[in-house]
Design a protein around this ligand. Sequence first.
Ligand code: EPZ
Length: 431
Amino acid sequence: MKKDKFIIQSLDGQKKLSGEVKISGAKNAVLPIMASSVLFEDNFLMTNVPEIEDLNRMTEIFAGLGIKINKQSQGEYFIDPHGLNKFEIDEETSKRLRASVIFTGPLLARFGELIFPHPGGCVIGARPIDLFLDGFQKMGAKVQVRDDKYFVTAKDKKLQGANIFFKVQSVTATETFIMAGVLAEGETILKNVAMEPEIVSLVDFLNSCGANITGAGTPTIRIMGGNLLKSDGKVYQTIPDRIETGSFLILGALCAENLRVSNCEPKHLGILIELLKDSGVEIEVGQDYLNIINNKKQNSEFKSVSIKTHEYPGFPTDLQAPFVVYLTQVTGESLVFETIFEGRLNYTDNLKMMGADIKMWDAHRATIKGPNVLKGRELDGPDIRTGFAFVIAALIAKGESIINNVYYIDRGYENVEEKLRQLGVDIKRIN
Ligand code: EPZ
């Protein structure tokens, strides 16, 4: 893994940034679309694909399965599943990409067999897979565990449609069982599913290629099992990344006099826009853009707001870290309640060492008092979103900061330093 670092200079407490950032395609939309190629008998083109490290990891998993992916041009990739000849997910890569678990449903549905290692957990939490193992058994498969690998076989090599009630809402489990249902015998009914826009986008594309799925975006999804899907030349256009959008909006509120966030989908970020407006940030909401204009105010003029992370359309856990950095700069005390992952507040020690006033009540709850002056330092961003949060902290802190293992930021943010430089950020990448 590359050991790149960022060296970032402070903005010296002024809102110096200005300009436009064009949002890239959504990482968490394109990953399930790529996994869905296992359900197809022909190939298809994807556009607006973000050039990020997770795309490279998915390409490695494809190679292990015999699926070809060819880059046509910037952001355009052609997927050809004709060579698909294996139902075992590569161990090395799946340890580095939790999302590889999305492949389990389609592979088991297509081959009636599946071998995969326990996917990598990461710093944000244990990342269990009980929902996947329970669901496969409900669809008539047997699961055996041998030396940290799962061996799953469907009865008579064919999954049976089933009623599955998820005891927690899980994005990738919802995606996996939607895809498993596409080739299962009969109807599959999924209850208490996740309702993220990326799931709606996946289902729209699968339905346009012959699937029969209803209820995406609601708590219950029904899938009628059928045959392999055919794109017949249809193209998947990746929806804008709502987490990248939110990340830059928070950065803009703290650091920019004028910022235009374009090529985005404001409808997917209702909760963040509401909270920032409550806090005093003026945001113009367009059809496919968001504008912060004449953001003259000092950050201390913004007032504190409390958040509770929640499944979509609630406050996204992926924006919690950037938002906590925001809360260190506004006036008042905020409560942050992280309900999704037990490890997703671990990074706050780093902000405290920069001078933030943060009190941890338990693994899920923190109170932040602001405004506090932060002092630049060396930081280790442990996951994608904390890495970006540290970039924001470095900009509002005094002095220079160094952010290590930038690989994590590259996993989820395309051309991040070019986008930042265009806004006026003094950032250097050193490896
Ligand atoms: C997806 O992860 C996203 N990743 C994550 O984004 C995001 O943080 C998360 O959803 C929540 O929104 C992708 O879409 C590729 P979950 P996922 O299953 O699906 C528990 C990023 O930065 N759970 O929805 O893996 C789990 O422990 C990444 O882009 C079980 O208990 O998350 C958690 O508490 C980080 N058993 C809750 O569900 C299971 O079998 C929600 O997790 C599966 C999950």
